[in-house]
Design a protein around this ligand. Structure first.
Ligand SMILES: [Zn+2]
Length: 390
């Protein structure tokens, strides 16, 4: 009898322990379909200020979606984009994105209801002055399955800067989205697993870009709000927690280089976690570690130099070139252009600069500007710049 009781007790103990291990390693969502269902649920719940659209299709004709969160009175606002997943087996981003989207929407909803807090006032300022764009995955065919797309192409090697190169449909979808004149992409993120680190361009060559100072600034801003990466980078030799991608290892055809070189779009790569496809508990932990950093990073768009360029008749000037110099007269930013509405925005590290705007048949516009340190609840306004005819 005694032996039987001991045996029963041991079995019960093992059963509970196994259940605990199982719940610890649980993954609630294991397919693209269920991930998207979750994103759609949030969009439906907060339909007054969110929307979902199809950007394009994967090889297997899965839809590549983009969710937008925006409640702006401005006609012209910059867009900020997070691509939560590129490599199918690196699933943290796509799952963490659900929690982050829900957090932003819930806080903004409370703000609109009149329950105002410091945090939701910050989020309101962001949602009113920026168009936040979330792409849950650009590799839907192989999310939770494999790194590459189903043609076994690594999508983060497919942004090849060569004429007549034939892109994978998933890559083409993201390129078309970036080139779409309805958006003015100002800041970008692409998410990965496999390390604990931030990277910025260049990924292909080991030379500093014109925006080296600005890339350092945006990376540092992120890392200051996620001390976990700063204090525990992996590979551990990158002690600051962020690095120019090519100094880690060189890649050709990465998304970051393309976005920077072709679209003057600044952004960082986030490596959330050394282990790919972690359990739900780890994703939750990573979300808590990255939430403030992601929010703060997105808020940097509020501190950008932004405005509308018009002629003396009030008509917008399209395609005016904007150059930024330091006081030694060296360029410190890749050339930017106004869009069809004359709108532009530039992310710059705090400091003093000289701006030069050039357009055929117009007098050059030159102005000294100062970018202050970022402060929460900064008042955002589009600067009006009038260019005179020659
Ligand atoms: Zn990756």
């Amino acid at each position: 009898m005694y032996k039987l009781l001991v045996l029963l007790f041991i079995s019960l103990f093992l059963f509970i322990k196994l259940r605990l291990i199982k719940s610890k390693n649980k993954r609630k969502f294991k397919t693209y379909k269920y991930i998207i269902k979750e994103y759609k649920k949030i969009v439906k719940k907060y339909e007054n200020f969110t929307s979902i659209s199809t950007l394009g299709y994967s090889i297997k004709k899965n839809k590549i979606y983009m969710i937008q969160i925006c409640d702006s009175k401005f006609n012209n606002i910059p867009s900020t984009r997070i691509i939560f997943n590129i490599h199918g087996d690196e699933t943290t981003g796509a799952r963490l994105g659900i929690l982050f989207l829900n957090f932003l929407c819930y806080e903004y909803y409370k703000f609109k209801q009149g329950t105002k807090t410091k945090l939701n006032s910050r989020i309101a300022n962001l949602i009113k002055n920026t168009n936040l764009c979330f792409v849950p995955s650009m590799n839907p065919d192989n999310l939770f399955k494999k790194r590459n797309n189903i043609k076994n192409k690594d999508l983060n090697r497919d942004f090849i800067l060569k004429k007549n190169y034939k892109f994978q449909p998933e890559t083409k979808t993201i390129i078309n989205n970036t080139n779409n004149e309805d958006y003015y992409f100002l800041l970008d993120i692409d998410c990965h697993d496999g390390a604990h680190l931030l990277c910025y361009p260049y990924d292909k060559k080991k030379i500093e870009s014109l925006d080296e100072n600005n890339f350092n600034y945006i990376s540092k801003q992120y890392i200051e709000y996620n001390k976990n990466i700063k204090n525990n980078p992996s590979p551990s030799r990158f002690q600051k927690g962020y690095i120019m991608g090519s100094k880690w290892y060189k890649i050709n055809g990465g998304i970051r280089d393309w976005m920077y070189i072709k679209n003057s779009l600044l952004g960082i790569t986030i490596e959330f976690n050394p282990i790919k496809n972690p359990s739900d508990n780890i994703v939750k932990k990573l979300y808590n570690q990255n939430k403030d950093a992601l929010l703060h990073y997105l808020e940097l768009t509020l501190n950008s130099y932004r405005g509308i360029i018009i002629d003396s008749n009030g008509n917008p000037i399209n395609n005016a070139g904007i150059y930024v110099y330091n006081y030694e007269n060296s360029l410190v930013s890749l050339k930017k252009y106004t869009n069809k509405n004359g709108f532009f925005a530039i992310i710059l590290a705090p400091g003093s600069y000289k701006i030069k705007i050039i357009k055929e048949n117009y007098l050059d516009y030159i102005q000294n500007i100062t970018i202050d340190e970022f402060q929460h609840n900064i008042k955002v306004k589009n600067k009006k710049i009038i260019m005179s005819f020659l």
